[in-house]
Design a protein around this ligand. Structure first.
Ligand SMILES: Nc1ncnc2c1ncn2[C@@H]1O[C@H](COP(=O)(O)OP(=O)(O)OP(=O)(O)O)[C@@H](O)[C@H]1O
Length: 238
């Protein structure tokens, strides 16, 4: 039975690599029309959680989009758009060809390609080779690929990596537009100031354990900045 609520629900994930427990009862949700930031220091377990959510790794527990696992959707790119580090195509391939391959393998019309390039401000790079893109352009192309299927859910791993201040400002506006359209946005970051400026809700993870979740304004209510919250929770003992 498909859950009508358009939320990402992560419940009781446990994961070990060898003897090391890298996820320990990880549970949280990301809600429709809101931007949820998944925050934590290097090695905290963010990418591991997102990989499980996207069916790239296994674990105990469950991780669903609208009540269904990623792999249970016939054409997942029409439901979930994901962007991880790197573009992931042959460097000699053109931007348009890269997006065409992704679109065609997911039954998405190629008419969508100019639209997504326009949304991310890469229309002039349509014929450029992947190997010639800057880091920031590569990030934008990753977002374009994520948007191809006009998905309800966006899962973005460190989306501001490599963006300059103009790019960061562009990203904030872009992601707010997406959530205002009713999308469910989950993004990971270790850049606290970025998250503070853009997120509605925050989930903080450290050493594989969720240490706080809530609306950003509530999590921050007794502290000056998210930076203070983060350090009080991750270094102060929790
Ligand atoms: N395949 C693997 N084998 C062994 N250990 C792993 C593997 N993948 C991840 N880990 C370990 O799991 C822990 C969590 O890693 P993960 O990449 O999820 O962290 P992260 O929060 O995304 O960090 P970062 O911000 O640096 O990307 C780390 O200690 C990492 O070394």
């Amino acid at each position: 039975m498909v859950n009508k609520e358009k939320k990402i629900l992560i419940s009781k994930l446990y994961k070990k690599h060898g003897e090391k427990q890298i996820l320990n009862n990880v549970s949280f949700e990301a809600k429709e029309g809101r931007i949820t930031a998944f925050l934590g220091p290097n090695g905290a377990g963010k990418s591991s959680t997102l990989r499980i959510l996207l069916g790239l790794d296994n674990s105990t527990g469950s991780a669903t989009f609208g009540g269904q696992k990623y792999a249970a959707y016939d054409t997942p790119l029409k439901i979930v758009g994901a962007a991880f580090d790197g573009v992931g195509g042959a460097l000699s391939r053109k931007v348009s060809t890269h997006l065409k391959i992704i679109a065609q393998s997911n039954n998405i019309s190629i008419n969508r390609i100019p639209e997504v390039l326009d949304i991310v401000g890469l229309s002039d790079k349509c014929k450029a080779k992947l190997g010639t893109l800057s880091l920031g352009e590569g990030q934008r192309l990753g977002l374009a690929a994520a948007l191809l299927g006009d998905p309800q859910y966006l899962v973005l791993d460190e989306p501001t990596n490599g963006l300059d201040p103009t790019g960061i400002r562009w990203f904030r506006k872009f992601i707010r537009q997406q959530s205002d359209m009713g999308k469910t946005v989950l993004l990971s970051s270790h850049i606290l100031s970025e998250v503070e400026a853009v997120a509605d809700d925050v989930v903080i993870i450290n050493h594989g354990k969720i240490i706080t979740t809530g609306e950003i304004k509530d999590v921050m209510k007794d502290l000056e900045s998210l930076e203070d919250v983060f350090f009080s929770l991750t270094e102060g003992g929790a």
